[in-house]
Design a protein around this ligand. Structure first.
Ligand code: 2M8
Length: 433
């Protein structure tokens, strides 16, 4: 285990660029929102100044309206498409003047990351000072979500692009692609020069991704216009669970700091409404798990994915519901010949164990699942998730995602996508400490 930890530290230090981290070389050469948060948790175990700097740099790119972008383009490299010249964040009048970025966001992990840093810290006083300096920006980000992304005032925020979900080519989005017919754009993909194309989204999928951005750009990334016109408008259980988990952390941290009653009261109001709506609207009684809701077409997207179980991490289901969800997870995803936890329902015909978010195991989702299972008292299953996560890294290395079928790991390298991947390293460190 010591050797594995040493290697993980090497990966993080290699991907550290002086004031932020890249997810991995070549494939992802900039700073990504939720990667950054999860990477900071890893650094906190052995280099707190880097953990703090990672978060400070992320927050430094916050827009004047509280929005935090999903990619911050710190350099000019053209090894990634679509880059800064495509996204053109400066179209938005309140965009950061200091950094070029995208005009979309990602799962809001920063609140709970601050709490993790505090828990890990051996110098709580100093870490609390760091939190004091930064927490209001995170609060401002939540305010943005509740004011700009919750048109029905339900406490559930929408995402307007699959890249905002973090689960880019999930089979769930296929239902939305079938409602669209974007032009066939001419562009040069860069991801498929770094990674086997069979492990990445298709060209036609990219047409859809670009088309949504073109619409948002046409209206200068104006939230109201996006809400009105984006063909993709989804209430995502993973995204909303991250927001709820982060709300809870902000409440705890503000209490610890003291003197922030108004903010605590507001967070509590958001939190109560969010949890109520989440349970009422996003739970599918027939499937017995949480699902996505397509706000544009007003219908549930009834599929089971690893996002369906992420509400456990945020303490959203009651005990009875949690119990039946975990049973479904074990029946469908937890067979002995499978590693926990595939990113999409292995019994579905849309499942693909090699293709990115269509089936492979992801360490970040496993880490959340592990925490959720521990919180609900499912120690044995939690241990299996942890053991599986460590084992697939030990066997293959710090890949971006891994085949969920155990037999493949016995025969060949079953790690896919980017290699020496930061959050796989960071969360491995957290798993074993
Ligand atoms: C993947 O997404 C990017 C776009 O954001 C891409 O494919 O180019 C996703 O796995 C996302 O969740 C992740 O944050 C990003 C960087 O690791 O890569």
């Amino acid at each position: 285990m010591e050797l594995l930890q040493k290697k993980a530290i090497e990966v993080l230090n290699k991907n550290w660029k002086g004031n932020f981290s890249i997810p991995c070389a070549n494939l992802y050469p900039f700073q990504w929102f939720w990667d950054s948060g999860l990477i900071a948790i890893g650094f906190a175990h052995f280099d707190m100044p880097k953990a703090e700097k990672e978060i400070e740099t992320l927050l430094d790119a916050q827009w004047e309206n509280g929005f935090i972008p999903h990619i911050i383009f710190h350099t000019e490299t053209d090894t990634y498409f679509p880059g800064a010249d495509f996204h053109l964040s400066n179209l938005h009048p309140q965009a950061s003047k200091k950094y070029k970025s995208t005009g979309m966001t990602q799962p809001p992990v920063t609140g709970f990351v601050l709490e993790e840093l505090y828990k890990i810290s051996e110098d709580k006083k100093a870490t609390l000072e760091f939190i004091k300096r930064n927490i209001d920006q995170v609060y401002f980000n939540h305010e943005y979500f509740y004011h700009q992304r919750d048109p029905k005032n339900e406490g559930l925020v929408y995402i307007y692009h699959n890249w905002e979900s973090g689960t880019d080519n999930s089979p769930i989005w296929d239902d939305i692609w079938s409602t669209m017919n974007p032009p066939e754009y001419t562009f040069e993909r860069r991801d498929t020069t770094h990674v086997d194309p069979s492990e990445r989204p298709s060209k036609r999928e990219y047409d859809h991704y670009l088309h949504i951005i073109e619409i948002a750009k046409k209206y200068h990334y104006n939230d109201e216009k996006i809400m009105e016109l984006s063909p993709f408008l989804v209430q995502d259980p993973l995204f909303n669970a991250m927001l709820i988990k982060s709300n809870e952390s902000l409440i705890k941290l503000y209490k610890l700091i003291g003197g922030h009653d108004a903010k605590i009261k507001q967070l509590q109001l958001w939190q109560n409404k969010s949890i109520r709506s989440f349970n009422d609207k996003l739970f599918d009684e027939r499937l017995g798990v949480y699902v996505h809701y397509d706000l544009r077409n007003e219908k549930s997207l009834n599929y089971i994915s690893s996002s369906s179980f992420s509400p456990l991490f945020a303490g959203i289901p009651d005990k009875k519901r949690a119990e039946s969800m975990i049973k479904i997870m074990m029946d469908k995803f937890g067979r002995e010949d499978q590693y926990l936890c595939a990113s999409f329902d292995p019994s579905s015909e849309r499942f693909n164990p090699k293709k990115y978010w269509r089936g492979p195991v992801w360490i970040n989702l496993n880490w959340m699942l592990y925490r959720g299972l521990v919180q609900y008292g499912y120690k044995d299953i939690a241990e299996r998730v942890k053991k599986d996560s460590i084992e697939i890294i030990e066997k293959n290395g710090f890949y971006e995602y891994f085949d969920s079928r155990k037999k493949v790991h016995a025969e060949e390298n079953a790690g896919y996508g980017g290699h020496d991947f930061s959050w796989s390293a960071a969360l491995l460190i957290d798993f074993i400490n």
